[in-house]
Every structure is written in structure tokens, then in C-alpha cells.
Design a protein around this ligand. Structure first.
Ligand code: IMP
Length: 424
């Protein structure tokens, strides 16, 4: 293998950080292709927890080169803070962290606009990190890119041309702080597309790291309750400046149940004691905002959709242990919409808010799985649940995570992941 993608296949927060951290020990390069400070990857190394927003979690492995691609949007204060936190833990980013000169910068005006929009009629429940307005400026061709920070006279001219300094902070103030950020960033700025091409040509193993999840994709998610980038696997090529043929395989990360933060439809949401139990057992609170996540059963209809949209080769199923104590575990296999029975998502996005899930019920295994490391040692009923999920999804499960620690995972026999990463 040379290029494998690990992407979110639900509404984000699927536990990608852990899977990426595990696999990035065996790759040479980890590359982020979209999103920005809205993402929050939690990686636990020993007793220390790292919260990364822009920087790929591969940075925690000393040998790995990390790329922040052109498709990513960068919040200067947030980015600097991450580098500082890593430095405090003696993790050096020098010569290993590269940022695309074409990545866009989140400006004070974008932060203001995000907050303002959230008070308007269409509330999305954003992370308020200015991500949507920054992508809006990019597509509207009034964005500021990393390259603009590198020359102060060009920077001021560009800021003036795009009308910065009228709202949140005066131009001179914004220009001065962006210039400082440019100086901070300068040693890391690179033509990351070219860098990736060269590394791939040399035979380097590359991991493409997704942020958010498929159902938050601007085109394929639950629009308008989505983020503003292509978080599905299709976003990799434009977000990094490589051809789609560079992606040899795609792993979709899914939780053993469902969560969502922010507004928008979630057919399997449980506003009851069961939902609360999932939230408490899974500690389902946002990494970036601390918001309690909406919890519910695994949605197999949306899961099948994610398999299709991303062309998944296999699923990495996380947080199985959260379901350990449940008497029954349910998975939605279809929807009822009026008098119709659907096995795919409805044609119109809005109808997803009106469907009633049809569930398949599994008997709970009611045993602790957190210490299990071999598939055969899982309780019989947990194995039945996993086999049922594979059938519902039409996609094999290549990894099962049973806890937050690095070693709490199981690779089933014949897993595609083992062919790509014999060492895991
Ligand atoms: P934005 O990306 O901040 O504009 O937020 C748009 C939607 O995506 C909101 O529903 C957010 O809660 C959601 N969102 C953005 N980033 C993440 C993430 O990393 N995990 C989960 N949800 C996210």
C-alpha cells in the first residue's frame, strides 16, 4: 500500500484520532485535507491526553511527517497553541510539520460572522470557529491564504482588497498580528502537493486523515446542517493537490452507536434514559466545545450510505465497550416514512427529520470487553452483533476498538487492515 485514508463515516467524533494514532506508527506521512479548528481529535498516550485541532495526530510519532493541506482552514491562535502544547510535551514539529501555502486563514471577521449567523434564522449549531465564513470567502475568492502572510506589503494590500478591518478589528491591528503568525508559520510553509507527490513516488506510506464525518460533508451530508468542506473520501484529491489514484484504500470509522453535535436530523436519537446511559458510558461531550452530544442507536441506513459515498474497504468500529452493559442493542436497518418503508435515505434531505427508524434487535452481551484483544475471546453475543452489523452495512469490520488506550483494540481474522498494516 502507499496511500490509505481514514475518514469519519458518521457525524464526526467517531474516534478517528485513536485509529489514526494507531496506524500512523506505521506510515511515513500523515496528511489532513479539509476542516480546521472545528475538528478535535483526542489522543491518549499513557496518562497524557492530547487535543489536536489542525495538526494531524501522527505528530505524536517522532518519525512521521505531517501535512496540513490546502483544503484546511487555519485559525492562527489555535494553531500556535497546538504547537506550543506539543513543545511543552517535548514533541518537536521542526522539519516534520508542513503547511500548504494555499491553505486559507480564518480571520477575525470570519469568527464574528460565524457567531452572528448562529443568532440568525438558520441555526446550524456550529463550533463557532469561523470555519463556514472562511470557506465562504475561499469559494467567493475573497479569502486570505498562508502565502499572503509571508510578505508584509502584499499582506496589507490583500487585506485591503478583501475588505478586512471594517468589522472586528482595524486593518493595521489585523495585519500586525497576521504578520507575526506568518513569521511563526514560515519554517513550515511548503508546496505540500509537490511534497506529497515526491514522497509517494519514493514509495512513502501515506495516511490521509479526515476530519468531521461523512454526514457533515457539504455535498453529501445532512444539508444545511453540515460543515463547509468535503469531509468524505472524495475531498482528499482537491484538498491535497494529488490525483484520486493516490488513494489505495479507505477505512471508515464508525461508533458502535450514534452521536451528533449541533442541529439537524438524527433518526435514531434517544431522548430518554437509554440515550443518557450511552452519553455517560461513552463520555459523549464535545472535544472542541464541551457540548453534550446527542446519542442514539447505530443507524445502519446511514452507515450503508457512508459505505457507498466513500467507497469504504472496511470499517473501524469504535467504542464497542460502551455497549457492554446493555440488555439489548438496536441497529436501524430501514426507515418508515408515512406508509412507505425505505432501506435508503429519503430523496429529500428534509424528510430525514420525519422518518421513523425500523430496528433490528440484538441481545446484549453484558460482559466487559475492554480487556479483550483477540476476536475469538469476545463474548458470543458481541460477535453476533458485529456479524449483524457487517451484514447490514455490506462492508467488513477491519478493527474493533474497546477502550481509549492505544492497545485496546482487536483486529478480526482476515482484516483488510492487516494486509495494509501487517504490524498492527
Ligand atoms: P462548523 O464546522 O463549525 O461550521 O459546524 C457545522 C456543523 O458541523 C455543526 O453541527 C458542528 O457541530 C459540526 N462539526 C464540526 N466539526 C465537527 C467535529 O469535528 N466533530 C463533530 N461535529 C463537528
Amino acid at each position: 500500500m502507499s496511500g490509505i485514508a481514514v475518514i469519519g463515516a458518521q457525524w464526526g467524533d467517531e474516534g478517528k484520532g485513536k485509529v489514526i494514532d494507531l496506524l500512523s506508527a506505521h506510515v511515513d506521512v500523515v496528511a489532513r485535507y479539509q476542516g480546521g479548528p472545528n475538528a478535535g481529535h483526542t489522543v491518549q498516550v499513557g496518562v497524557q491526553k492530547f487535543f489536536l485541532h489542525h495538526i494531524p495526530s501522527g505528530i505524536l510519532h517522532g518519525q512521521t511527517t505531517c501535512i496540513v493541506g490546502n483544503g484546511v482552514v487555519i485559525l492562527p491562535e489555535g494553531f500556535q497553541e497546538e504547537v506550543r502544547t506539543l513543545a511543552e510535551a517535548d514533541i518537536s514539529v521542526d522539519g516534520r510539520l508542513f503547511v500548504s501555502s494555499r491553505a486559507h486563514i480564518i480571520l477575525p471577521d470570519h469568527l464574528e460572522a460565524d457567531a452572528r449567523n448562529e443568532e440568525g434564522a438558520v441555526r446550524i449549531g456550529t463550533t463557532k470557529r469561523g470555519v463556514g465564513p472562511c470557506y465562504q470567502a475561499k469559494v467567493g475568492r475573497t479569502g486570505l491564504r498562508v502565502e499572503d502572510l509571508l510578505d508584509s506589503s502584499r499582506l496589507e494590500a490583500r487585506l485591503e482588497a478583501i475588505g478586512v478591518g471594517t468589522d472586528a478589528a482595524p486593518l493595521a491591528e489585523t495585519a500586525a498580528s497576521l504578520k507575526k503568525f506568518g513569521d511563526f508559520l514560515r519554517p513550515h510553509v511548503a508546496d505540500t502537493g509537490d511534497l506529497l507527490h515526491r514522497r509517494l513516488k519514493e514509495g512513502a506510506r501515506v495516511l490521509f486523515e479526515g476530519a468531521q464525518g461523512t454526514l457533515l460533508d457539504i455535498d453529501h451530508g445532512t444539508y444545511p446542517f453540515v460543515t463547509s468542506s468535503n469531509s468524505c473520501a472524495g475531498g482528499i484529491a482537491p484538498g491535497l493537490g494529488i490525483g484520486p489514484t493516490a488513494v489505495d484504500g479507505v477505512v471508515g470509522v464508525m461508533k458502535a452507536y450514534g452521536t451528533r453535535v449541533g442541529e439537524g436530523p438524527m433518526p435514531t436519537e434517544l431522548n430518554d434514559a437509554v440515550g443518557e446511559r450511552i452519553r455517560e458510558r461513552g463520555y459523549e461531550y464535545g472535544t472542541t466545545t464541551g457540548r453534550p452530544r446527542r446519542c442514539g442507536w447505530f443507524d445502519g441506513v446511514l452507515g450503508r450510505y457512508a459505505v457507498q459515498v466513500n467507497g469504504l474497504d472496511c470499517v473501524a468500529l469504535t467504542l464497542l465497550d460502551v455497549l457492554d452493559e446493555f440488555e439489548t442493542v438496536r441497529v436501524a436497518t430501514g426507515y418508515r416514512l408515512g406508509d412507505k418503508l425505505l432501506d435508503t435515505i429519503p430523496l429529500e434531505s428534509w424528510a430525514l427529520a420525519e422518518v421513523e427508524p425500523v430496528y433490528q434487535e440484538f441481545t446484549g452481551w453484558q460482559q466487559d470487553t475492554s480487556a479483550v484483544r483477540n476476536f475469538a475471546d469476545l463474548p458470543q453475543r458481541a460477535r453476533e452483533f458485529l456479524a449483524g452489523l457487517e451484514k447490514i452495512l455490506g462492508c467488513p469490520i477491519g478493527l474493533v476498538s474497546v477502550g481509549p488506550a492505544r492497545d485496546q483494540y482487536i483486529i478480526p481474522e482476515g482484516s483488510q487492515l492487516r494486509t495494509w498494516f501487517p504490524q498492527v
